[in-house]
Design a protein. Structure first.
Length: 180
């Protein structure tokens, strides 16, 4: 008997909660129940309901140091997406989205003798059903674990930038800093 394709692992990510296991992102499903309610989980729900279309966003959130236990084997990991506008008077955040990745660490058969976490349940921008398009189009994962160079960010004399951080940016007299 073949396992349902909804459990197929599309990608696996380094996971801040475990050195032994990676976090799987499964195909999942998103459908309308007979009562009309939409339900689902996995990549299908993340894309269709919450408008997150880049695997990299899930991988970035999976590495977040911000881990909140929910119940049992479930955890939420958070990060922030910021649209920043800089001008001669300084920089300010013009849009901020707190992003959340819900995970389930229940162990499940993974084909053969291998067991793996159930994985990513959903991901979304808190406060809205769909993440704005700029979250996907402007996502550039940080290649270094070094702290954000806020001095370089603040030195920008004009234009708009997008910054993804594990702490929210705060404004202090036209300058941006990571919240402590």
């Amino acid at each position: 008997m073949q396992a349902s394709s909804k459990y197929k692992v599309l990608k696996q990510f380094d996971y801040s909660r475990s050195k032994q296991h990676q976090l799987p992102l499964r195909l999942g499903q998103y459908y309308r129940k007979s009562n009309g309610k939409m339900v689902g989980w996995g990549w299908t729900k993340i894309k269709k309901k919450h408008n997150i279309t880049k695997y990299g966003i899930i991988g970035w959130l999976a590495k977040s140091p911000n881990i909140d236990p929910v119940r049992g084997h479930r955890y939420n990991l958070t990060g922030w997406a910021h649209r920043v506008k800089c001008g001669p008077g300084g920089c300010k955040v013009v849009d901020r989205r707190k992003m959340l990745l819900a995970t389930d660490e229940t162990m499940t058969a993974g084909g053969g003798p291998r067991f793996a976490y159930f994985g990513a349940v959903t991901a979304f921008c808190k406060g809205s059903v769909k993440c704005p398009t700029w979250v996907n189009t402007k996502f550039r994962p940080r290649t270094s674990t070094a702290p954000l160079n806020t001095a370089a960010l603040n030195a920008s004399d004009s234009g708009e930038q997008t910054v993804f951080t594990y702490k929210p940016l705060v404004e202090k007299k036209g300058r941006l800093a990571l919240a402590s």
